[in-house]
Structure formats: C-alpha cells, structure tokens
Design a protein around this ligand. Structure first.
Ligand code: FNR
Length: 394
C-alpha cells in the first residue's frame, strides 16, 4: 500500500491510502453500496469491456482537456459529484474539495447533505463553477429556505435534483461500521439541512448538528450514516408536481440526477429549457442494486432517442477510475463525467492535497488517453473512437 500521496500513482492507490487513514465509520459510509455491490462493481468493470480505436499519424503535440459544462468553461471534463459528509474523512471537508477544484479548474456539485454549508464551501471562489444538489425534504419549507440561500451565492449556477434515492439503499458495510471511531469520526459533522440552520449564513465553526450527531452516534437502529442522513427526505416526488414546485422557488437551471433508462431521459428532455441537463447515475451502486451502469443507459439513449443528446446535456457518473474511462464516456456522448468516491477518498488521504492528487492523476491520464487516441481536444471525441459492441445490450 502506498505510504504517501506522492507514492499514489492511480485512484485505487488513493483509496488504499485513505482506507488506512480514515475511521471505520467513514470508510464504511464511503465504500458501501446496495446489497451485493453488483451495480457498484459493474459501474467500473463495464468500462473495461469498451475498447479504444486509436488513430495513428495524428499530431498530438497539443492536448486540450477543457470544455464547457452547461455553458460554463471548465479546464477538465470531469467534475466532483455531490457526496455527503466529506468531513467524516478529513476536516478540510467540502471547502477543501472546492479549493482543489479551483487549482484544476474543475466543477463541483455540493451535496444537500454536505458537512459544511454551501456558503462555507463557495466562499472566496468567485471564479469557480458550482452546482447545489437538492434532496427535496418532506417538510418542503426546509428545501424552499435552502433554495433562497442558494440564490444569494452567484457561484452556484444550477440546481441538481437527485431522483434515484427516494429511500436509502440497503448498505451493509455502512451498517456494520456505523460506530467505528477514530479521530476524523469525532470531528463535528453537520449537514446543512438537518442542522436546521436555514437562516444562518456563517455558522460558528464549532457549531454542531446535535440532531445529526445523535443519529450518527447514538441511535443503533439507524442502520448506518446513510440511513441517518436520509431521514426527512421526501419519497413523493413526481414529474407532474416537483418541477412546477421547483420553478416557483428557483430561476436556476435544473439538472436531474439518477436517471437510469432511455424512457426517463426522453421525458426529461421534454422539460427543456427548465431542465438543462441529466446525470445518468445509479448513485455509485448505493441505491437499487443491479440497476444498470450509466454507460448502459447512455447506449440506450444513443439507440432509442439520440435527439436527447442534442436537446440537453447528458452527464454520467459511477465507477470512474481512469482517464480512459473518462474518455470512453465522452466518446459515447457524455458532456461531463462525475467523480463520487474518488474526491472523498482523496480528502481522506490528505485533505486538499489529497483531492488535488486525485485531480492531477485523472487529468494526466485523460491527456495521455486523448493523445494516444489521436485527438487534440475534447470536442473531437466521438463514437468512432471506441468499440462498445460488447456492452450494447439490445
Ligand atoms: C454519494 N452520492 C450522492 N449523490 C447525491 O446526489 N447526493 C448525495 O448526498 C450523495 N452522497 C454520497 C455519499 C457518498 C459517500 C457516495 C460514495 C456517493 C452519489 C454520488 O453523487 C455519485 O453518483 C456516485 O458516487 C458516483 O459513483 P462513484 O464515482 O463513487 O463510483
């Protein structure tokens, strides 16, 4: 196992280093996925069955990984997916992840259940691109208050509404390790929504989320960190009611996260321009186990309703470990590619420096893959550069 960030050569090394450093509880929460981890495993292995079609005699002196996501310029085509509770792994937390994103020109989506408030995360980062992810709360007023707060943060360019986890999946690693102590686990952990700090713009750093802490530390029936965080999340969202409600409470573009079929991708595209993007995702395998990897859904869309790819921006996440994974997803039509666990493990392995190492490795791998494939820029990547026949399902 690598002993330092410098010794980490790939994202698996980063995860191994973080696993040594973080508490059992943090590891269990980050690592866990639904039931038998079938979707989590497939998310990654599916990329291994897609082969590259490199072209030769192409000048690859220049290589440009920059692109635009939802109209905003970014330096890399991958972004940080919304993921809760970064401070469980390291006190730098989501604000540290944001700092690392600043260094690499990467977009970040802040989780509804982040362990720091959105104000803390975006502070002083005027030039960066952020989204804010919403889990609509049963008490709608709580979500409405959060949307009011988000309006005051110009760095936040869109609302990402997560749809694939109306109830938490059954995550046994999380359940087994929920009381595993360790230095980081004893750090105050807060989620902006559950702490009820609706009107607080800058809470005192020592302020604890008592209710959440009680759930995380005290309640053995909670079934792990994931289940504790889900308390209060609304299970009654629908196409008919939720988008009109959201329109009343935000003018920001909407990105729907967690779509897993071409049918839902098509319906989402009918809601343009309010809906500007969709994220194909099975929540890192953490919701319904045996749900398809996002690359399958992307291939379905290509086959049954390719016009979706031109009407709205389509993103994918889940299982990204290598630059070649990033490039393959882009070749098949993804506009951007999300990273869930990798930044959390980077943070756990070394705070800001650990997340920077993750982004550095993935950027270098993406450049190498593009050069060896024979392309100079992200815009050139297309289906002709890959052979995905082995994973086309029907
Ligand atoms: C998540 N994910 C997630 N998604 C979301 O919309 N809101 C959230 O609060 C969280 N929280 C969260 C916590 C942890 C610990 C993980 C691992 C994941 C899902 C995340 O955005 C993303 O879809 C997946 O993590 C992508 O898969 P990989 O990159 O982890 O394989």
């Amino acid at each position: 196992t690598p002993g330092s960030l410098e010794e980490c050569l790939n994202l698996d090394d980063i995860e191994a280093l973080a696993t040594k450093k973080i508490s059992r509880k943090a590891w269990g929460y980050y690592y866990s996925a639904g039931d038998d981890l079938v979707s989590k495993t497939l998310n990654n292995t599916v990329y291994r069955s897609i082969l590259m079609r490199p072209r030769v005699f192409v000048d690859c002196t220049r290589c440009d990984t920059s692109t635009t996501l939802l109209g905003h310029k970014v330096d890399v085509p991958f972004y940080v997916s919304p993921a809760a509770m970064a401070r469980l792994g390291h006190p730098d937390g989501e604000a540290g992840i944001a700092k690392a994103c600043g260094t690499y020109g990467a977009m970040q989506i802040i989780s509804n259940n982040a362990s720091q408030t959105p104000e803390q995360v975006v502070e002083g980062k005027e030039d960066q691109v952020f989204g804010w992810q919403l889990y609509v709360q049963m008490e709608r007023k709580k979500s409405e208050d959060m949307l009011e707060r988000i309006k005051k943060l110009p760095q936040i360019k869109f609302i990402c509404l997560t749809l694939d986890a109306p109830v938490p999946g059954k995550r046994e690693h999380d359940e087994r390790t929920k009381s595993g102590g360790g230095v980081a686990a004893n750090e105050p952990v807060r989620s902006a929504v559950q702490s009820g700090s609706a009107s607080t713009t800058k809470p005192h750093p020592e302020e604890k989320s008592v209710r959440l802490e009680e759930r995380l530390e005290g309640d053995d029936s909670a079934g792990g960190v994931g289940k504790a965080l889900f308390a209060g999340t609304a299970p009654d969202l629908t196409w008919q009611t939720t988008l009109p409600w959201l329109r009343k409470h935000t003018d920001l573009p909407i990105v729907l996260k967690g779509l897993q079929t071409h049918e839902d991708a098509y319906i989402a595209s009918l809601h343009a321009p309010q809906v500007q993007g969709i994220i194909l995702s099975n929540h890192g395998g953490r919701a319904l186990d045996t749900a398809p990897p996002s690359i399958h859904t992307l291939l379905e869309i290509r086959k049954y309703c390719p016009e979706v790819l031109t009407k709205i921006e389509v993103f994918v996440d889940g299982g990204i470990r290598r630059g070649t994974d990033v490039v393959k997803a882009l070749c098949l039509g993804a506009k951007g590619v999300g990273l869930g666990r990798a930044p959390l493990f980077g943070n756990g392995a070394g705070g800001v420096a650990g997340v920077e190492r993750v982004l550095e490795i993935l950027k270098a791998e993406t450049e190498t893959a593009m050069r060896l494939l024979g392309v100079e820029g992200v815009g050139e990547l297309g289906p002709r550069h890959v052979n995905a026949r082995a994973v086309e399902r029907d």
